[in-house]
Design a protein around this ligand. Structure first.
Ligand code: KG4
Ligand code: ZN
Length: 341
């Protein structure tokens, strides 16, 4: 630590379609504000150009709100942390430019943060609703843009040991939802309806993929073909079977990722699991993982919902950890859509 005074980090997240700002006092969250962009619902997916325009409109009010809720004046801030990537370039640029300008204006350090590292380190936030995982652990990031199994040795030492070869798991939820006429994003509605349906009503193939990688595009094609085939015989097939379809699709998606998590535990010998990303909100996946604590002796960390989907608090915790190590960013660093660990 540079000194013993509390450090106040303003964090900004704008990698996709949510504009978020948070203020942390050391590793505690004082505020975590999010402006969702409903504009994308009518298009059935995020439209990058509209997303960056909405970020521009949202960023000043969201930052103001985060400072006000935290009761912190901008002059009290110690550093500005922002998402450098990966994500949509136009969206990232809004947060990046804002963070750089503010750090320059306030003459305080700028800290660049990797979005996926932040999903994993959200578990390190000091919050009575969660227990911090012990190193090494397996970080599972499941979102609309990513599906990764990561071996986490330390805050800054992470290695991806499994990933998707095509679509992300959240994308698979959303695309299957679109086929069934559900709104965007469909993950939460599939989750809700799955609770009322039979997960074994319909069976879909589990792809065979080498090692710890996964694939969802073959599954998605199987769902499209299955639904079209049935609709030819029965036009209202989806309406009549919606809950069972949701339950069966969710069950298959969870099985695909769970099989690889189980394999990762065996190959690494690490049975401490911490899950992050939007799909970590899925109740089926949460229940399945939690059940392994009694069935297999795993330790499973499920973050509070506020820290699972995209949020700036997770950017702030990485900002704090980097602040302690004086790992500063620089004004020359550009946003990067495909930033690696
Ligand atoms: O992490 P996130 O907010 O944004 C990205 O970085 O992608 O994740 C969004 C994804 C969407 O695909 C959404 O459908 C999915 O998370 N999602 C869910 C649930 N809540 C959000 N998927 C399944 N079940 C849920 N309860
Ligand atoms: Zn994310």
């Amino acid at each position: 630590m540079i000194n013993q005074k509390p450090c106040y980090i303003l964090a900004i997240e704008s990698s996709c379609d949510d504009t978020s700002a948070a203020v942390l006092e050391n590793d505690r969250v004082l505020s975590n504000c999010i402006a969702n962009q409903s504009i994308h619902e009518q298009y059935g997916g995020v439209v990058p150009e509209l997303a960056s325009r909405a970020h521009q409109q949202n960023i000043v009010p969201v930052v103001d709100q985060a400072l006000q809720q935290a009761g912190i004046a901008k002059e009290d801030l110690s550093a500005i942390a922002y998402t450098r990537g990966p994500g949509l370039l136009g969206s990232l640029l809004v947060g990046t430019s804002f963070a750089k300008s503010l750090s320059l204006g306030l003459q305080i350090p700028l800290i660049d943060v990797h979005h996926m590292q932040a999903h994993i380190l959200a578990h390190i936030i000091d919050d009575p609703r969660q227990n911090k995982p012990q190193f090494p652990f397996l970080g599972i990031t499941v979102s609309g843009g990513h599906t990764q199994i990561v071996r986490v040795e330390d805050h800054f030492e992470m290695k991806e040991i499994g990933t998707t070869l095509d679509d992300a798991i959240g994308e698979a939820f959303d695309k299957c939802g679109k086929i069934m006429g559900l709104g965007y994003p469909a993950g939460p509605e599939i989750d809700r309806r799955a609770k009322e349906g039979n997960p074994h009503a319909f069976s879909f193939p589990i792809p065979k993929v080498e090692g710890l990688n996964v694939s969802f595009s073959g599954f998605k094609t199987a769902v499209i073909n299955f639904i079209h085939k049935h609709q030819q015989k029965e036009a209202d097939f989806v309406d009549k079977n919606l809950n069972d379809l949701c339950a069966s699709i969710q069950h298959t998606l969870i099985t695909i990722i769970f099989n690889k998590i189980e394999k990762a535990v065996v190959t690494t010998g690490i049975n401490e699991i911490a899950i992050g990303g939007g799909v970590a909100a899925n109740s089926g996946l949460r229940n399945k993982l939690k059940a392994q604590e009694t069935e297999k002796g795993w330790t499973v960390h499920l973050p509070p919902f506020a820290y699972t989907t995209d949020n700036a608090a997770m950017i702030g915790i990485v900002g704090y950890l980097k602040y302690k190590k004086e790992r500063w960013g620089s004004l020359d660093q550009n946003a990067s859509a495909r930033l690696r660990f």
